[in-house]
Design a binder for this molecule. Structure first.
Ligand code: ATP
Ligand code: MG
Length: 472
């Protein structure tokens, strides 16, 4: 979904113009005697002219009846949503349902199917998400259509750009605390404002977000970070008290002085950095967390070791949010490495060692993070000679400079065979040393020179045994 398309057109069309294939799905359900409507986020986005790719359909048909009507469809989740693929479109077809007993403020204890569209719409979170559209529907004298069924004034809110809870906001947030984050996220990505009573209920109930699983929190956070300007979500998160509950370590940046842009605290610097970061999940997340170690390391007006402390904190935060390990590791690495300082005096070998330390695959992410950090510090685009470093890195990569053990002209087997060595840790040590040699001098990366080098360093090792290791 494209983010931040701004205000909806003054009068959005009432026809969401779904593709023919989606009309066919609705028609097939109706011909079989069931009610069937477009609903939810896809209808909202379509009415805003944001062309969804996946379509939400709500129907009175039970999940197994949906499956019978659409061969090749399958259950998407345990609530009986059926995924129907038809003529290049994907639709999630969900049976009308009501939800019960929100004992833990997290999610419905159980769902119950119903044949009532109104009941299904009433359980939805916001008025703009509680619309239903059908190309035709039963009317007074037979079939009429198309109709936009709008029991909660969702269309008027779409036109006015308002996020308003369906029903009593406080009660709806008590049922499911995630809705508070969803309100902020929708407001930010749609460019809407949160209706005052709904916003007041978020402020009053922000503490309930503590009951949410890390996984659900992260689902929303991830979407907030994908907004054109994530600060449009993060700022209200902080102001409503949600950030302090969901990400207290980040909320702690408010009021921490920093000497970058006069008058702006660390939190403002973080917001500006996130906004300046390119919309790639790892970079945006790293931008959000890059200075998370600063409040704890504040000393004498500086933040010594905040990159290391921040990386440890980021690892804990991402574990708490149940972020998949590989994604979390990538973000932690960026936080850990973001304080490099480049000098034009760096030799080619220094540039290659830098690439090796950061990793060639993620060096663009790191350079982009640093560029965003600079922008968020009010520095000019060329600050820290970042463009020069970028060019030198690109040149090394384009030249195919050997940077990893796998790039060496020989491997462990060659060492075993040519030097008559036994398998063991010495092989790894030798290869590590050879990599140092070729990082210094890429021309040394030939089998002949590396074997010679390995023989020489073994000879050295025999003459000058490592202290503490028995000589041989
Ligand atoms: P997006 O897919 O862009 O995140 P969406 O509105 O489609 O937005 P989904 O999570 O896909 O969000 O949910 C589809 C619909 O289900 C919503 O539009 C809303 O009507 C309803 N819904 C989803 N989550 C909740 C919730 N926590 N409480 C109440 N209704 C919800
Ligand atoms: Mg959706």
């Amino acid at each position: 979904m494209p983010a931040d398309a701004g205000r909806p057109p003054a009068t959005p069309p009432v026809d969401p113009r779904p593709p023919e294939a989606v009309r066919e799905i609705l028609g097939r359900l109706r011909s079989a005697g069931f009610a069937a409507y477009l609903v939810g986020g896809s209808l909202r986005d379509a009415l805003l002219g944001r062309g969804p790719t996946d379509w939400d359909v709500a129907t009175s048909a039970l999940p197994e009846q949906v499956r019978d009507l659409f061969p090749g469809s399958f259950y998407q989740n345990r609530f009986g949503t059926v995924l129907v693929r038809h003529a290049g479109t994907r639709s999630e077809v969900t049976t009308f349902r009501r939800e019960y007993l929100y004992g833990d403020h997290r999610r419905p204890d159980h769902v119950e199917f119903t044949t009532s569209l109104d009941e299904d719409l009433a359980r939805r979170d916001f008025t703009v998400n509680a619309l239903a559209w059908s190309p035709e529907a039963p009317g007074a004298g037979g079939t009429v259509g198309p109709i936009l069924h709008d029991p909660f004034g969702g269309r008027a809110d779409l036109v006015a750009g308002i996020i308003r809870a369906v029903g009593d906001p406080a009660q709806r947030f008590e049922e499911d605390a995630l809705r508070m984050l969803r309100a902020v996220r929708f407001a930010a990505t749609l460019g809407f404002t949160i209706e005052p009573v709904t916003l007041g209920a978020i402020r009053a109930n922000a503490g309930l977000a503590a009951t949410l699983s890390g996984e659900r929190l992260f689902g929303e956070l991830r979407r907030m970070l994908a907004a054109t300007r994530p600060s449009a979500a993060l700022r209200p998160m902080a102001e409503a008290g949600l950030l302090g509950v969901a990400l207290p370590e980040v909320a702690a940046q408010r009021g921490i002085p920093q000497d970058k842009v006069p008058g702006l605290d660390l939190w403002e610097h973080t917001l500006a950095t996130v906004d300046a970061a390119p919309d790639r999940p790892a970079v945006r997340l790293a931008a959000l967390l890059h200075d998370v170690g600063k409040p704890a390391t504040l000393a004498d007006g500086g933040f010594p070791g905040h990159d290391r402390a921040g990386a440890e904190m980021a690892a804990r935060i991402l574990r708490r949010l149940a972020v998949p390990r590989d994604q979390a590791d990538a973000v932690v690495h960026l936080v850990r490495q973001h304080m490099f300082s480049y000098e034009p005096s760096w030799s080619g070998a220094a540039v290659r060692r830098f690439i090796r330390r950061v990793g060639a695959e993620v060096i663009d992410d790191l350079l982009d993070l640093r560029a965003a950090d600079n922008a968020g510090s009010g520095l000019p685009a060329g600050a820290g000679r970042l463009p020069e470093l970028r060019a030198r890195v690109a040149a090394e990569l384009a030249a195919g400079a050997p940077l990893r053990l796998a790039d060496l002209a020989i491997d462990g087997d060659d060492l075993l065979r040519e030097l008559g060595l036994a398998p063991g840790p010495e092989i790894g040590r030798l290869l590590g040393g050879l990599l140092e040699v070729v990082l210094n001098d890429p021309d040394a990366n030939t089998a002949e020179r590396l074997l010679a080098e390995a023989r020489r360093s073994r000879g050295d090792a025999e003459r000058d045994p490592v202290p503490g290791e028995p000589g041989r």
